[in-house]
Write a protein that binds this ligand. Structure first.
Ligand SMILES: [Zn+2]
Length: 460
């Protein structure tokens, strides 16, 4: 049994350079949407941010004896939000040679079969969440496997860390090996039991999770739709139009549906809090339906490049005339990194390949506030503001010699953020806070969970 983390101090404050967002930089001028406070003070009380502003303006208003941790040369940001990732695929990240459908058969299904063993699942869940926090990611929408014990393992560890996570049991009743298939009724019953156990248990949230249309019968998809209506605030996650061979297959499996998205819509699976992974090969009608329905697309550039799936049309999805909610996903294990900085690096290149320029403010919005907006959690996470949950990361733009020499030449915060997203990775995440609790300290790992006492530089 792993002990719970020691409680964070009920009240403490962070000082340092900080960035957050006052508007959506895809709809407003990116430079104006980005809020940059060169010397900020963030007061945290009982896991929530209660004050945020310039240190000089706020310092005298702090309650007496408030410990203040100063992050010199760091940039404090809201924690990153990963809108699409598979925790059971961590052991098979970087598997050589295949595209989507063959990659699933050859690598993914044999790996996921191991999660029948609850102890194995618990070990991977611990490693996965530790890696996420090392990458500065504090919330994610996570696929488990078909086994209910894989979901229990994940939520048990997430509840221990107090991270705000969305996860669910994969539903899969055809076109998969027998040891990874459930049945429509069995999948429904197991999901409902998991919803009772975990949905809105502390910060945990449940997502009904049909893997994708090819691995569920119509009966299973219909039951997934009825599951979604059983409780308030449930999520739905699945895959959409990732790869051309997959799109072709779906059109044969569901000849009566007008589009891939229509397969899910017909089952009642498309609406607010529905998160569709990829959407690489979709047309204007699908973007329009996503906008009207309020569902989200998860843009997973490292995965799309790794599997040769294609280039997501980010700026078409976000067209201000009918913007679709878009978050950023790492999609490990087809994605090649859990780092949102690395994911932004590839998002920038994918946008370039479609003739568009991803401004650093837009990029960091996608990784924080935009992801929270995609998940309908932007009233709780994704920005630094009073009332928000204190999920934060501290970025280090001087993490490597290469970054340090480049950062020295930066004249604006936008330049510095661009260096971070092009050259940064987990080494550039100096620290991570979850609900005000220090859970990762790159340079003093033993301090995580113990208040990071070495960094408290002053008391008011
Ligand atoms: Zn995926």
């Amino acid at each position: 049994m792993i002990p719970s983390l020691p409680p964070a101090p009920a009240r403490h404050a962070l000082r340092g350079r900080a960035i957050t967002f006052g508007a959506n930089p895809f709809l407003d001028d990116p430079a104006r949407a980005l809020v940059h406070e060169p010397d900020a003070l963030i007061l945290i009380e009982d896991g929530h941010i209660t004050r945020f502003g310039a240190f000089d303006a706020l310092h005298d208003t702090l309650p007496p004896d408030t410990p203040v941790t100063t992050w010199h040369d760091g940039i404090i940001s809201a924690g990153f939000v990963d809108t699409h990732v598979h925790y059971p695929q961590l052991p098979m990240i970087a598997a050589y040679g295949e595209q989507l459908l063959e990659w699933l058969e050859r690598y993914t299904f044999p790996t996921e079969a191991r999660f029948a063993d609850a102890d194995y699942a618990a070990g991977v869940a611990r490693r996965f969440l530790r890696e996420l926090l090392r990458a500065g990611t504090t919330s994610a929408a996570v696929y488990c496997t078909v086994h209910p014990q894989s979901v229990d393992a994940f939520f048990t560890e997430s509840a221990r860390l107090n991270t705000r996570m969305i996860a669910g049991k994969v539903l899969m009743d055809r076109n998969a090996p027998a040891n990874l298939r459930d049945t429509p009724q069995g999948g429904y019953d197991a999901s409902l039991a998991l919803i009772e156990r975990w949905h809105q248990h502390g910060r945990q949230l449940y997502a009904v999770t049909p893997r994708f249309a090819a691995t569920s019968t119509e009966e299973q998809l219909d039951l997934a739709g009825s599951l979604l209506r059983q409780r308030e605030g449930l999520f739905m996650q699945t895959h959409l139009s990732e790869n051309l061979a997959e799109v072709e297959w779906i059109s044969h499996l569901f000849p009566r549906r007008t589009s891939y998205l229509d397969v899910y819509a017909h089952a009642g699976l498309v609406g607010p809090r529905s998160v569709l992974g990829h959407g690489v090969h979709v047309d204007e009608d699908t973007f329009h339906t996503c906008h009207a329905a309020g569902c989200a697309l998860a843009h997973c550039p490292t995965s799309n490049l790794f599997l040769g799936s294609g280039a997501f049309r980010l700026f078409d999805a976000l067209d201000p005339r009918r913007p679709v909610r878009v978050g950023l996903g790492t999609d490990v294990g087809a994605g090649t990194s859990l780092s949102q900085l690395q994911t932004l690096n590839e998002a920038y290149k994918v946008a370039q390949s479609t003739g568009r320029r991803l401004h650093p403010a837009q990029a960091f919005w996608l990784a924080t506030a935009g992801g929270a907006h995609a998940l309908y959690l932007d009233d709780r996470i994704g920005t630094i503001a009073p009332g928000m949950e204190a999920d934060l990361c501290v970025l280090d733009p001087h993490a490597t010699p290469l970054m340090a020499q480049r950062a020295e030449q930066c004249e604006t915060i936008e330049d510095l953020l661009f260096v971070l997203m092009m050259l940064g990775d987990d080494r550039s995440v100096r620290a991570t806070y979850v609900a005000g609790q220090l859970v990762h300290d790159r340079d003093a790992p033993e301090a995580a969970g113990a208040r990071g006492a070495g960094h408290i530089t002053s008391f008011t």
